[in-house]
Design a protein around this ligand. Structure first.
Ligand SMILES: O=C(O)CCC(=O)C(=O)O
Ligand SMILES: [Fe+2]
Length: 263
């Protein structure tokens, strides 16, 4: 199959396009200008200011830990869960008087999906969704997959997902580099287990072992790109400028169950 036919570009997110993404018919779906680019610009300026202050104070470049990084540490997991609602309020405050991009995504998913959509809960507590991630010059993400069941701590056992997608809203894009690259290639759970922990967190697969051809997506400001994260993907090195995304994951347990959102 022609690789580019596995990238869908749509104006409206509907149930069919989501189902085709979860079922792996699509590798990725792009919704151009999902968030108004002028609002995105204003929001990214505010976030850069806040992040620059935080970095000067020695704080990390994403405003919230990712689940995989807290799964095995109770103290960090508590901090992660405590951040769930403040994270939503903060982005709402920064976005006002316009909607928060992550609110917009969550209601769009809720409306599109038969079973609706909501925040993932862990031990009865809501998880953060929509981390703002700053990617500076020279940063990149090596080829990887994002597969919750490979990262799951005890508190997440019993959440059996049929599929997982990564969602990113691009509030600002790099001048050069920073494209999202994806391969028509899945490392299965069996193969992954056979790799014996060599790629912890399914991260850092050798490019040499991947198919030669890949999809390279250059998102524009305001775009939403959703990727089925079972497909191996990477963020190409940013060679000039920086980019900022609002980022999370969405899991499916079937069309009649709510989609589950977390970061
Ligand atoms: O920032 C991006 O373009 C994609 C990051 C990523 O790997 C993901 O969302 O799973
Ligand atoms: Fe990823």
């Amino acid at each position: 199959m022609e690789l580019h036919s596995k990238l869908a570009t749509v104006d409206v997110l509907d149930e069919q396009v989501l189902a085709d993404l979860f079922s792996m018919k699509h590798i990725a779906v792009r919704v151009p200008h999902f968030y108004n680019p002028a609002y995105a610009k204003t929001l990214s300026d505010l976030l850069y200011q806040e992040i620059d202050n935080a970095v000067a104070a020695g704080i990390y470049e994403s405003n919230v830990d990712s689940y995989w990084s807290v799964a095995k540490d109770n103290r960090r997991r508590d901090r992660y869960l405590d951040a769930a609602l403040p994270l939503q309020r903060r982005l709402r405050r920064f976005s006002a008087p316009h909607p928060s991009p992550i609110d917009l995504l969550r209601v769009t998913l809720d409306e599109a999906w038969q079973g609706g959509a909501g925040l993932l809960r862990m031990g009865g507590r809501k998880t953060p969704f929509g981390a703002t991630r700053l990617w500076r010059t020279n940063s990149e993400a090596l080829p990887h997959q994002d597969v919750l069941r490979r990262e799951q701590g005890e508190d997440m056992k019993g959440i059996d997902l049929l599929g997982q997608i990564g969602v990113n809203i691009y509030l600002d894009v790099a001048e050069e580099g920073g494209g999202l690259e994806a391969w028509d290639h899945v490392v299965s759970d069996e193969e992954y287990a056979g790799l014996g922990g060599r790629y912890e967190g399914s991260y850092g697969y050798d490019r040499e072992r991947l198919p030669g051809r890949s999809l390279l997506i250059h998102p524009q400001v305001g775009d939403l790109v959703m990727i089925n994260t079972a497909y191996v993907h990477a963020v190409r090195k940013i060679t000039a400028g920086r980019r900022i995304t609002v980022s999370g994951f969405v899991g499916s347990r079937g069309s009649e169950q709510p989609l589950l959102c977390w970061s």
